[in-house]
Design a protein around this ligand. Sequence first.
Ligand SMILES: C[S@@+](CC[C@H](N)C(=O)[O-])C[C@H]1O[C@@H](n2cnc3c(N)ncnc32)[C@H](O)[C@@H]1O
Length: 253
Amino acid sequence: MEQQKTFADQKRKTVERAEFTADGRYLRKVRSFVLRTGRLSDYQRDMMNDNWATMGLDYQNQPFDFKAIFGNDNPVILEIGFGMGRSLVEMAEQNPDRNYIGIEVHTPGVGACIAYAKEKGVKNLRVICHDATEILRDSVANGSLGGLQLYFPDPWQKAKHHKRRIVQPAFITQVLEKLGENGFIHFATDWQNYAEHMLEVLQQFADKLHNTSPTNDYILRPDFRPLTKFEERGQKLGHGVWDLYFIRKGETL
Ligand SMILES: C[S@@+](CC[C@H](N)C(=O)[O-])C[C@H]1O[C@@H](n2cnc3c(N)ncnc32)[C@H](O)[C@@H]1O
């Protein structure tokens, strides 16, 4: 007998919105992700179903009210593609004076992140299971973010797939709208060609972004960024790591 489909099982079917052209044709989007069929374990499913009311946020086409969500005015840091969420939960635990929102399309990761946050008793974290580019565009108010972090995004190694990389000029334009003054952009990757691409794209916004690297390219791996699962895998394969850390300039700079 087929098991009854729960909220968590359905969620992976709603990670993006169907959009249409002006003349009513389905809009085929270039996605930065592939929806893997990875199995949602019973534990991850239960964690998602039981805690969504307190830890989950859904796509909405009006901005979130962060103060109402977190019950305070602390800066809100958005992380895109948190994977299984280990490093995000550790960061939230280490920075109780900040609020974190993690976005991930992979439901087993969302379940695992909620489970780990519950285990650690972390309260300053909410998770979203949806395409981050749609959330950023529709659900986040302009000037409302303290920072945006993107750690080890899918590198899309083949040249014909480079258009699927999430870091593109249009993405940075959108992030800049959402960041408050002095908000940060922190990227990390273990793929040199993607690091060079990230730097090249960010440098196009030199009038709005200050590169904190003393050498005007990458920073040393900062201690405040916990090791991510993907990074650990790369380390075992002997990969390098490139961190980029930029600050949005104030209007007066
Ligand atoms: C290579 S993994 C890295 C995961 C984690 N940051 C780590 O370092 O272990 C990249 C993740 O980004 C997620 N992702 C890619 N594009 C996304 C998007 N547009 N919105 C939300 N998540 C996305 C993928 O599902 C995947 O889990």
